[in-house]
Design a protein around this ligand. Structure first.
Ligand SMILES: [Zn+2]
Ligand SMILES: [Zn+2]
Length: 411
């Protein structure tokens, strides 16, 4: 078997992923997402395809699915939880797009079409894609995240985003023996501090802030990060509130308990969380200890009004918990001490700190994962510093390809 591949986006960058693989005259697309920057960035237009697989529902992996299903008569293979979260994100991105005035790649009608094209699978299931069989494996990262293994005379594993360590929310991904490995490399060259240490320092900081009479605003991504933090806070003595899209994601996760590490603990965490159900409740939340809210990068969402309320209070703190992409409001705040409030740049006087709760495997974990898969060829993708990891893999005897977007590669 020969596979011809090409990245429509997300090859040499983090974001807007689209992996096109041609296998026995069948064209398969793995993920089709957008980068929610200002303005948004899209992958190259996909040619007609036969099969589409979704690894997980972060916008950079699922955001452009309605564009596809509006044009081509195809089904999307995905876990049920990724389907539901994905639809939520697509609907949200259309709303945001309309509010910001950018030309929209698709309409709400297109999302309705996309919704009907999903076909649910579970981990361990095999799907026929022409003469090739595709097997779904757990990818760690967030609930429902899937790695796909193409089985022909040779096997090829497409990882999507992976995390190999267990977190409070999900189990880690395990290596799958394969001949070709197409692996994410977001954290090439960088390792994370241990999760336990990060959790400890976040809890210490919360204690310090609440002891001095301040409020902690914890901006966090709605999908995955919010629920992991709720699981951390549920055993603490703090009063914590949740506002924003994370509430909707919670409800979806409850319907798919098989994709979280402990549905029981997650339910306990939900019960301990106070939800902000109206704009009026925001002032009550501000009297509590902690507010978990979106957006995680401070680009819009309820977080902006919470920060407005505490920004001149040196006793309070903004505790960032996610990656802050170049050009986002959170990065601006970290680098300049100012941020954008509805178009006006203002100084923020309260404390600002960042904690590394990444859902991606770090450099050493990616290296160990690749060795565990023991492939002949490795394609690194979804990273802007791929050379560092490629160097270490080559030193271990692997053949490594680093195709840029639009460049064809053969497996
Ligand atoms: Zn992801
Ligand atoms: Zn990603």
């Amino acid at each position: 078997m020969a596979i011809e591949g090409e990245f429509l986006g997300g090859g040499h960058e983090v974001g807007r992923l689209g992996i096109l693989l041609k296998c026995r005259d069948q064209r398969m697309l793995f993920d089709y997402g957008m980068t929610a920057t200002d303005p948004p960035q899209y992958p190259a237009p996909a040619p007609p395809i036969d099969f589409m697989f979704l690894t997980h529902s972060h916008l950079d992996h699922c955001g452009m699915i309605p564009w596809l299903t509006a044009r081509y008569d195809i089904d999307i293979t995905s876990t049920g939880v990724s389907r539901e979260v994905g639809v939520l994100l697509m609907e949200d991105s259309v709303k945001i797009g309309a509010a910001e005035g950018y030309p929209e790649p698709y309409t709400s009608e297109d999302i309705k079409i996309a919704k009907r094209r999903f076909s649910d699978i579970m981990f361990g299931d095999t799907v026929d894609a022409g003469d090739t069989q595709v097997v779904a494996h757990p990818g760690g990262h967030i609930p429902g995240a899937t790695m796909y293994e193409l089985v022909d005379r040779k096997t090829t594993l497409v990882t999507g985003d992976i995390h190999t360590l267990e977190t409070r929310l999900v189990q880690g991904a395990k290596p799958v023996k394969c001949d070709n490995l197409i692996m994410e490399s977001t954290y090439s060259g960088r390792n994370h501090p241990s999760r336990l240490k990060t959790e400890y320092s976040l809890l210490k900081k919360i204690e310090e802030v609440t002891n001095r009479g301040g409020t902690c605003i914890i901006p966090s991504f709605a999908v995955g990060r919010t629920q992991e933090l709720m699981l951390l806070l549920k055993d603490s003595r703090y009063e914590f509130w949740l506002d924003g899209m994370g509430r909707k994601v919670n409800k979806i996760y409850l319907r798919y308990p098989e994709y979280v590490k402990s549905a029981k603990r997650l339910r306990q965490a939900f019960r301990k969380t106070r939800e902000v159900r109206s704009v009026h409740a925001r002032s009550r939340a501000l009297k509590g200890d902690i507010i978990l809210t979106t957006s995680g990068m401070l680009d819009g969402g309820p977080v902006v009004s919470y920060i407005e309320a505490i920004r001149d209070d040196p006793k309070s703190a903004i505790l960032l918990t996610g990656y802050q992409v170049e050009g986002c409001n959170g990065r601006k705040l970290l680098e300049t001490g100012t941020m954008d409030f509805r178009g006006v740049t203002e100084r923020v006087q309260c404390e600002v700190l960042k904690f590394d709760f990444s859902a991606h495997a770090g450099h050493d974990e990616l290296l160990a994962f690749a060795k565990g898969c023991d492939p002949e060829k490795i394609v690194l993708m979804h990273g802007d510093q791929r050379e560092i990891l490629a160097g270490d893999l080559r030193a271990d005897g692997f053949e490594v390809l680093l195709p840029r977007n639009g460049e064809k590669f053969n497996l």
